[in-house]
Design a protein around this ligand. Sequence first.
Ligand code: PMP
Length: 369
Amino acid sequence: MSTPFPPLRDELRGIEPYGAPQMSHDAAPVQLNVNENPYAPSEALASSLSEAISEVALELNRYPDREFVALREQLAGYLNTSGGSGITTDMVWAANGSNEVMQQLLQAFGGPGRTALSFAPTYSMYPEYARNTLTEWVVGHREDDFGLDVDAARELVEERRPSIVLLPSPNNPTGTALPPEAVSVLCEAVGDDGLLVVDEAYGEFRRSGMPSALEMLPRHRNLVVTRTMSKAFALAGARLGYLAADPAVCDALRIVRLPYHLSATTQATASVALSYVDELLAHVDDLRVERDATVAWLREQGHEVADSDANFVLFGRFADRHAVWQGLVDRGVLIRETGPDGWLRVSVGTADEMAAFRVALMETMKTQQ
Ligand code: PMP
């Protein structure tokens, strides 16, 4: 029997590429579906970016700094103001989005004969990193309120001995933050045989009083904390994700990364954005306020709503969630049909966008009764 062309790996045949439905702004003017930051770069930031890129352009015939030392230094400085302390340049690594950072972690620390573990419902890319790196994928379950039963999680780790545990905090799509005790218990359970990766893509949006896992780095050498500039830094289009970990972990990632994986323009863009940190984080505060108001409003409307430490809110439950999603789309508001059955996820936008969401949802609910 002849192999179908192209000669794709058997387990990849028929698989749909990952991605939320994309719609034009004309079709859906209010886009609240992929947890982007609604605030575009300011004029000042955009012109600083143009200047930096013009300078870099004059040297684009050369490969970039393969070790991106200047950027790592800046990222370490930022992390020390964002829940971490004592984080040094050699503890920081970066790639094109935290998706790439995590796939590199699986390439270096997963692989055939090894296991990666997470707890559902969670970020749907995790099993894809495992599949891409031929790592066995094991999934435990969260409780009804989307929290983690730490004892059950520890038992699963002890039973399956994973090389990598992936735990987002706050979790996507539920918004649930991980208590610090859970990080300690699971780091102990994983031991030196593996790494606990706390994915803090939405870390900057956590409610006050909720610590970052960065705090625990000095106590656990098997702890890795990943962050991204796609959310709080409003830089999803630039693709810059990073992590903080023991220097030996960063060193190991240099083995699997492609040479010069971080372009000179990416490095320059991220560096300029970091120099605008105060302006960018001021918008994060606005989004946290809008998030809390959205949670409160949805509850007043009688919906079930998961507590959120992120820039999105999971709400439900709907007998026909697709009909509700479609009702919103028909009114120009695009949200995401994701999470457990019956739930929908809305990203937090500007005050005007959230007002449009509220009107569209109220109108849609009238048609559902
Ligand atoms: N982790 C989580 C939990 C996410 O939701 C996302 C993006 N939606 C990412 C990581 C990856 O983001 P990026 O590659 O843009 O850094």
